[in-house]
Write a protein that binds this ligand. Sequence first.
Ligand SMILES: Cc1cc2nc3c(=O)[nH]c(=O)nc-3n(C[C@H](O)[C@H](O)[C@H](O)COP(=O)(O)OP(=O)(O)OC[C@H]3O[C@@H](n4cnc5c(N)ncnc54)[C@H](O)[C@@H]3O)c2cc1C
Length: 519
Amino acid sequence: MNRSELISNLKKEQDKIWDIIIIGGGATGLGVALDSVTRGYKTLLLEQADFTSGTSSRSTKLVHGGVRYLAKGDLWLVMEALHERGLMLKNAPHLTSNQEFIIPLYSLFDVLQYWLGLKFYDILSGRLSLGKSYYINKEKTLERLPNLKGEGLKGGIVYHDGQFDDSRLAVSMAAESIKRGATVLNYFRVNSLVKNELGKITGVKASEMVSGEEFILTAKVVINATGVFADTITKMDEPLSEASIRPSQGIHLVLDRSFLRSNSAIMIPKTEDGRVLFAIPWYNEVVVGTTDTPLDEISLEPKALDQEIDFILRTADAYLTHSPKREDVLSIFAGLRPLAANPSNPGATKEVSRRHKISLSSSGLLSVIGGKWTTYRRMAEETIDKAIKAGFLQKRKCLTHHLPLADNEITRHGGRLGIYGSGYKEIEHIIADNPSSGLLIHKDLPYTKAEISWICSNEMPVNLDDVLSRRTRATLLNARASAESGPEVARIMAETLGLDSSWQSSQIKAYNELISKYI
Ligand SMILES: Cc1cc2nc3c(=O)[nH]c(=O)nc-3n(C[C@H](O)[C@H](O)[C@H](O)COP(=O)(O)OP(=O)(O)OC[C@H]3O[C@@H](n4cnc5c(N)ncnc54)[C@H](O)[C@@H]3O)c2cc1C
């Protein structure tokens, strides 16, 4: 991944007609880019900020069928997601894992209901099952979840789902797409759509955000994969179009692992307002969430509301013996779901189906919105199939079902560094050549200086935030520690990328301002 090389090639090829231009570098856009380039189409992806700086780095980190959607009877959605869950764990073993969940239950009726439901969940996952679900009594539940309150507990149901590192998987997808010939660029904003005399879309006008340089780029089809921002692109196409997205915010609190004291995750199926809440071990900490709060504003950096934080702490307090307080929170992160707007009932966000929607405008803008991280591959396949069906592209078969993003060897030998795919070997060499680069960037974060310099040379970060929030997960794991590591990380970035001390100061200042939203 070499950003300046990709941009310089783009400049040389300004007359090129791309088969596909994708707007948006989240899970959806990167999935489409990977599907497109593996089918052999000339593929260009433009992301206005960093890859996954929108919703896709702020998920609950679950690769799941969605037990909750099963309860709603959305069988097709669950089956499709369970199938994709299985493929994702096989294709990206370096960034996914099989996670055990326990649902604590307080009535015999609930025990029976969830036991039956999860047996059905097992059946739906078929050959791609991650393990059978089963009942455990009260003693065993408390043995596996020692911090759970035992009062009134009747037992638990154990089941399995997947877990992953969302933004690192996205970087893996971007790297694989580039390796296969796609041009995938961060900090490249689409400002408008270009149309011909018949009113059909022929390309985009875009700006490279670091230099401000403008580009006019031509393609057979333009794909809108901008998540909660989808309406801004739709309005470039049809200025009078109605809002189709209703953003709904979900937040997570990150806590020290001592609040869970278990390798099993907890799933609370019904909180005081009927939502689902998870407490999941992630790296060395625990992620607890989420909420579902309708919002009117969209932003790349949404901020958790006080009542959302209180709701999560209150729910944790109801279930845990050692319950967290505000001062125990290591980091708070918020993300926005791009849900379909429902003008007759705008508040009912948790009732809205999480299925994705693919639509084609009369001028040829192909939009793909909604869905889940788990189903990104399927969404991409359907989007490209739709572009073929609409006559934009020649028919070619989808090849992503069994497309590995890393091999099992890497995951086995790389240990913690396996998250960088085959890059782990280069990081080990950096440390062997210069042992002091093996020192941690901060005593409370798991990342070494060598990882930062490898990331800068290989994964296209532009700002300090890209390294701390999405190439590593320092911001999410421990916001204060990440801010304290900022000067050293900025120094390594500047050294590797050839930037000066004023760049370092401005990056540290910008990061310290940003981090107030995570603390
Ligand atoms: C709180 C929460 C928890 C979730 N948990 C899970 C989970 O555990 N498992 C799961 O499977 N799913 C989960 N999801 C759903 C999943 O995260 C989303 O479905 C997915 O990330 C959406 O990806 P996207 O690419 O469509 O949108 P985004 O990630 O928002 O990407 C859109 C991108 O478009 C870019 N963009 C916008 N305008 C322009 C422009 N003019 N030019 C260039 N680029 C532009 C934006 O900068 C952005 O990066 C969760 C969602 C939320 C909100």
